[in-house]
Each structure stands twice: as C-alpha cells, then as structure tokens.
Design a protein around this ligand. Structure first.
Ligand SMILES: C[S@@+](CC[C@H](N)C(=O)[O-])C[C@H]1O[C@@H](n2cnc3c(N)ncnc32)[C@H](O)[C@@H]1O
Length: 305
C-alpha cells in the first residue's frame, strides 16, 4: 500500500529540488538557460524523477571502487536528492543489463544512464531546436532528454532511437504517461532513421569515435548535429556541427563531457585513423584553441586553428 501523505511530501520536495537545480544551472556559465527560455520552462515542467528507475547506481565509486545502489523505497529523500544533483548522472544499466541492482554494488561498465541535468541542458542549448524542426535523437535511455525536446519540437516531428529494447519500451511508456508520443524506435541509432529524414536537428547522447555517415546523409542543409566525440583528452568533447545536406559538415568542439560509447563504437581505434592531429605536449584546453571538425567524403578531420 502506498503512503499517500509521504508521496505528497516527496512530490513537493521534488518541485523544490527541481527549482533549486534550475537555479544552480542558471548560476553557472555552462548552464545556458539564459538565452533559451523554452528550455528553462521545459526543465521546470518535466518531473525528472518520473524517468528515473527506483534503483540506480551512484556514478561516483566508493573507496573500494564499487558503485553502490540507491533505492527509492529504502532512502526516498536521498534518491530524490540524487535525481536533482545538477552534475550527477544516475546509472540505470550496467554491462548491457547482465548485472542487476539486486546484485548490489558493482564495478561493471556503465551502459545506460539518466544524463546529468546540467549536461542535458548544455546539449539542448547547443542543439537550439525550434518548434518547426524535425529532430532525431540517438540514445533515448530513460526518455528524460526526449521529454525536454518534445516540449519544443512537435512530438510528431521527433524520432528517438534506443538500441536496448527494454529501455526503449520503458521510455515510450514513461513519455506516454505525460501525453508525449514521439516515435521511440528500438534499433541501432548509428543508422539513423531514413523513414523520417531529412532532419534539421540531430542529437546523440552516446559518444562516437567517428560520426556515422548515415546521420549526415539524413541531415538537411544547415541542420545542427550535437554529439559527444571521443577524443584524446581523457574525456569526450561535445561537437556542434552544421551539416551541408550533402553528406558532410563542419563544426567545433564546444566543451568537455563524459558519455558512454555508442554500442558499435566501443572498440579502440587509433586517433590518427580517426582524423586527429598530433600535438607536441599536452592538448590545448577548449578555451585556448579552436578545434574544428570537418566531415566529408567518408572521413572526419580534426584541426586546431
Ligand atoms: C547516456 S545514455 C542516455 C541518456 C538519455 N538521454 C537520458 O537522459 O536518459 C546513452 C544511451 O545510448 C544508448 N545507445 C548506445 N548505443 C546506441 C545505438 N547504437 N543506438 C541507439 N542507442 C544507443 C544506450 O543504450 C543508452 O541508453
């Protein structure tokens, strides 16, 4: 039996924490709410906690290197505070689902998460979708970022692809519970979705080593593509690229992020093969260098300008 007054108290705590989280994102330069009022409104409207499973792994390991499980039923307030920590992602799947929360703390690799709210806001800021855009999202996960997008882009013009069928089903169901009905496809997002192309906005929430050609082939001229690009920095870089509508495009690395890899791009490859230059000494910080990425003719190239 549910304890209705306790659930009400948690719902009002959730609303308070959501507002605090938005204020904290606002106070940071990287938050980027300020010139995207729709994004702040969507953030305040979408109850992130409804997208987070009852049991999640905490992203920061304990001293023994293991990630512990936070259970909503055992520690509802701690779980909720975790949901609204702007810089914390919540791990929802490890080892492609072969390890379960009931197995306890784990050091198995993360394979799905509800991304940090500050990073979701950053990515949607750079994507800058408008109400008339046709958008493709790769990596639905919980459906949380899909929900924010669906408050800006018409759901009938929004396609989201998740490779894990169970995650796709759960996200579809959660989105529908808020009356949001984008196309949620259980498929390999590296191939995009030609049926609904061309897209004017493409966003990936899984990191790639190499931009899949299908995304550029399905991009309209001038389309914006935002994706974490794995690089030699020890973390991923967020790439914002403008497509030429002919299978190519050019863009810049705008900030550092950390994402799990696209399933088909987990295997290591040399940076030279992926078009990265060589540098003498450490890689310059994003603030000190203009990292330009060009894609075309089946090849990507990174230059430091
Ligand atoms: C960081 S998580 C998703 C975050 C999501 N936006 C959220 O806030 O819940 C990345 C997701 O990409 C999915 N993924 C990995 N490779 C994929 C692929 N080839 N096609 C589609 N989804 C993929 C993973 O299963 C995972 O759910």
């Amino acid at each position: 039996m549910t304890d209705a007054p306790a659930e009400d108290r948690l719902a009002s705590l959730a609303a308070e924490l959501r507002a605090e989280c938005a204020a904290e994102i606002d106070s940071r330069m990287v938050g980027h709410f300020n010139d995207r009022p729709w994004l702040r409104q969507a953030f305040l409207k979408v109850p992130r906690e409804h997208f987070v499973p009852d049991q999640v792994w905490w992203p920061t390991p304990r001293d023994d290197g293991m990630h512990h499980v936070i259970d909503r039923h055992e520690r509802p307030r701690a779980w909720l505070k975790g949901v609204y920590r702007p810089r914390a992602s919540l791990i929802t799947q490890v080892a492609d689902g072969r390890v379960l929360p009931e197995d306890g703390p784990t050091d198995a690799p993360f394979t799905s998460a509800v991304s940090c709210s500050a990073v979701v806001v950053d990515m949607l800021h750079y994507l800058d979708p408008g109400p008339d855009d046709t958008a493709l999202e790769i990596g639905t996960g919980s459906g949380y970022s899909t929900a924010l997008l669906a408050y800006r882009v018409r759901p009938e013009n929004l396609v989201t692809i998740e490779i894990d069928e169970q995650l796709a089903d759960r996200a579809r169901h959660t989105l529908a519970s808020f009356g949001l009905y984008p196309a949620v496809l259980a498929a390999d997002g590296e191939f995009g979705d030609p049926a609904h192309a061309p897209y004017t906005r493409i966003i990936s929430t899984a990191a790639v080593r190499e931009i899949p050609q299908a995304w550029l082939d399905q991009a309209a001229p001038g389309a914006i593509l935002v994706t974490p690009l794995y690089g030699p920095f020890g973390h991923d870089a967020l790439l914002r690229l403008t497509a030429d509508g002919q299978g190519g495009g050019e863009g810049r690395l705008v900030t550092g992020v950390a994402f799990m890899k696209m399933r088909g791009q987990r295997a290591d490859r040399s940076f030279a093969e992926l078009g990265w230059p060589t540098v003498d000494g450490p890689w310059p910080a994003y603030a000190d260098a203009d990292y330009r990425v060009t894609v075309g003719g089946g090849r990507q190239q990174v230059r430091i300008c």
